[in-house]
Design a protein around this ligand. Structure first.
Ligand code: PLP
Length: 375
């Protein structure tokens, strides 16, 4: 049986966890948290990084930071994970779902402007499969209408966007705020885990307070103030050092992990790009890089996809699909009064994710390609 995902361990995870435990500091914001945050800030040019217990938590922090109030509108794709929306719904926002492109699951940026109203507060682009959204256009709209941009970069570690100015920027460094996930299904993992990046530094001090349960404890431990207390709303968004130690072992191997994932991705792409097939391969816009988070194919219909899943299963391969459009979800459909979103629905019905993980052998990739060739 070829599984869909297998979390990869670099070998140093338990060593660093043991070290964290032995150090006597196992709560959050210790040595390993600092190491990880500095790594990200230095490598990707993020303004300030705060590790969180999940990307979901980082999104919730973002919603608090931009001061979402009941009735505020937040524009995001419908074809995304529930957390993208939940974080803003929790603060009373009204979600305005936008459609995907016809040939790319990302939010169709050319359709955003028509959705902006005086109540719009933020745009939340999701870099699906680690492939960049059209950030020049999204940031232009944000400037024009005075909106915040929160990048949901859960899948987008080590991926880039090249703007019209020719400058290549890391995803997560462009919006006012951005969020990442280190869930075991992502490229870099810590079991559960995430990160908030703050690029608009007006949010930096308050972010740290929200992260530490609404207290100024972090400033107190740095010796900047002589006592700490309750100064804002907040929650326990920071992970323990045990999680950060695990993550540090992963970050040391980031280049090795990315190299292998890209090899697998390219094998799939080269083997499955052919007009005689009944499915298409991902379309990566010129401005986007590929971080090999996911390899997916798109069928012409739900029926074709169902057939392929069965065929793969019969041959011992576990391929999965995801994201029923959020505007059609049991929770939101009755609240949704917007237009139909045909492309989001299309991806819900036709997108199939193939096994994609560091230890997937070339032989296995070849046999999956072979099964699909005869689909
Ligand atoms: C994985 C994922 C999340 C949630 O990440 P967690 O770390 O599990 O909370 C949010 N948004 C997108 C697009 C994701 O892929």
């Amino acid at each position: 049986m070829i599984g869909f995902n297998k979390p990869y361990l670099t070998g140093n995870e338990t060593k660093y966890i043991t070290d964290a435990v032995a150090s006597g500091k196992i709560s959050g914001n210790g040595k390993y948290t600092q190491l990880c945050q500095q790594f990200f800030e230095n490598r990707y040019g993020f303004g300030k990084c705060l590790l969180t217990t999940s990307c979901t938590d980082a999104l919730e922090m973002a919603a608090i930071l931009i001061d979402i109030q009941p009735g505020d509108e937040v524009i995001m794709p419908s074809y995304t994970f529930v957390s993208t929306a939940n974080a803003f719904v929790l603060r009373g926002a009204k979600i305005i779902f936008a459609d995907s492109y016809v040939d790319n699951p990302n939010i169709d940026a050319s359709k955003i402007e028509a959705l902006i109203t005086p109540k719009t507060k933020a745009i939340v682009p999701v870099h699906y499969a680690g492939v960049a959204c059209d950030m020049d256009l999204i940031m232009e709209l944000a400037t024009k209408y005075n909106l915040f941009v929160v990048e949901d970069a859960a899948q987008a570690i080590d991926s880039f966007y090249t703007g019209k100015d020719g400058i290549k920027k890391a995803l997560g460094s462009i919006g006012h705020l951005a969020t990442f996930s280190f869930h075991e299904t992502k490229n870099i993992i810590s079991g559960e885990g995430g990160m908030l990046t703050i690029n608009d530094m007006q949010f930096a001090d308050r972010a740290e307070i929200i992260w530490e349960k609404g207290t100024n404890r972090a400033a107190f431990f740095r010796g900047e103030i002589d006592k700490y207390g309750w100064v804002d709303i907040g929650s326990s968004f920071l992970p323990s050092e045990i999680i950060a130690a695990f993550l540090w072992a992963q970050l040391e191997c980031l280049d090795i992990i990315q190299k292998r994932r890209k090899e697998i991705w390219n094998m799939y792409y080269n083997g499955l790009t052919d007009s005689r097939f009944s499915f298409t391969c991902p379309n990566i816009p010129k401005y986007a890089s590929n971080n090999a988070h996911m390899f997916y194919i798109n069928f012409k219909s739900l029926k074709d996809r169902t057939h392929a899943i069965e065929l793969l299963k019969k041959n011992g391969v576990n391929a999965v699909f995801h994201y029923l459009s959020l505007h059609k979800s049991p929770f939101y459909s009755a609240k949704y009064h917007g237009k139909t979103l045909p492309n989001a629905d299309l991806f819900s019905d036709t997108l199939l994710r193939l096994p994609m993980f560091f230890e997937l052998a070339n032989d296995n990739v070849s046999s999956i390609i072979h099964i699909l060739e005869n689909e």
